[in-house]
Design a protein around this ligand. Structure first.
Ligand SMILES: Nc1ncnc2c1ncn2[C@@H]1O[C@H](COP(=O)(O)OP(=O)(O)OP(=O)(O)O)[C@@H](O)[C@H]1O
Ligand SMILES: [Mg+2]
Length: 276
């Protein structure tokens, strides 16, 4: 039987003072142990959904459930929830809290009250994993945007959440660090973490995700496995999302033919879009 980790049931959410609702009867269930991608146009409600997922916002109507239980919004319950649901913000500036990189990464671990030795060990590991060793003592406000993004990702990953929510994690990252991030996500997923990533990079979605959610105007309009979602070309084009370039090249009319030359070509195309 399918196990849902986090469920949004008929959620309505309007920002204070806004004319229109950001989430408009959204029902979406995150299946445990999957690599999920969330796609949709600018302003369709992806970030808002994330902010409701770890209780930063409360729905005006509808409920959010974590492992079948309705979220509670008292301080204690929220603290517990946020240990399990890690959110990496779209804008790294919103995530960083301490003065140096090392302090920033250890901040959440200190709050958990872990032993000093374990904190040190986990921070060291994160610094290496995210290529931040040389920046460890640097003030966070002196970093480039891409470096800040890497620190903000390390801040959350170091807490080892059960569900990891990443809002546009590859924005500002160069090719090398995108690949490093994807390799880390592969490891984290293999160790049992469920992942939901909002992104505009459809090629990355095609190569990485095993479940896709498509949102429009604050609602879920389509979900499924990549091969099922991307065959719904009409819907995706109507939403101005289109299909991944890699999908277009591999499965466009006429490319479905067989033969050694085509096979080599297919392999080359797949290698061009290698993210990990
Ligand atoms: N703080 C806010 N106050 C008022 N309205 C907001 C606020 N933040 C977002 N909105 C509105 O809520 C809607 C959903 O925004 P949201 O940021 O969730 O979209 P998104 O899917 O994450 O977009 P993007 O792809 O650009 O990141 C938009 O119409 C946006 O203008
Ligand atoms: Mg957003």
């Amino acid at each position: 039987m399918q196990e849902w980790l986090l469920e949004f049931e008929q959620i309505h959410y309007t920002y204070p003072g806004a004319q229109q609702s950001a989430l408009n009867g959204l029902t979406l269930r995150i299946p445990a142990h999957k690599r999920c991608a969330l796609i949709g146009q600018n302003g369709c409600g992806k970030t808002t959904l994330f902010l409701l997922a770890n209780g930063l916002y409360k729905p005006n109507k509808g409920s959010v459930y974590w492992q079948g239980k309705s979220l509670k919004y008292d301080r204690n319950s929220l603290m517990k929830l946020r240990q399990k649901v890690g959110l990496i913000f779209q804008d790294p500036e919103q995530q960083l809290v301490a003065s140096t990189v090392e302090e920033d990464i250890s901040y959440g671990l200190c709050n958990l009250g872990l032993p000093e030795v374990e904190i040190q060990q986990r921070v060291e590991q994160a610094l290496v994993e995210f290529g931040l060793t040389e920046l460890a003592q640097r003030p966070v406000h002196h970093l480039s945007l891409g470096q800040k993004k890497r620190v903000s990702i390390a801040d959350v990953m170091v807490l080892r959440p059960e569900l990891l929510l990443l809002d546009e994690p590859t924005a500002y990252l160069d090719k090398l660090h995108t690949r490093n991030l994807m390799a880390t996500l592969k490891k984290i997923h293999a160790a049992g973490t469920t992942i939901l990533m909002a992104t505009h990079d459809l090629d990355l979605v095609y190569r990485w995700a095993d479940w896709i959610f498509v949102m429009d105007k604050g609602r879920l309009v389509l979900e499924g496995k990549p091969q099922d979602v991307f065959t719904q070309r009409d819907i995706l084009e109507e939403l101005q999302l289109g299909v991944p370039l890699i999908y277009e090249m591999l499965f466009a009319d006429g490319v479905a033919e067989e033969g050694p030359v085509l096979e080599r070509l297919r392999q080359r195309i797949l290698n061009l879009f290698r993210y990990f």
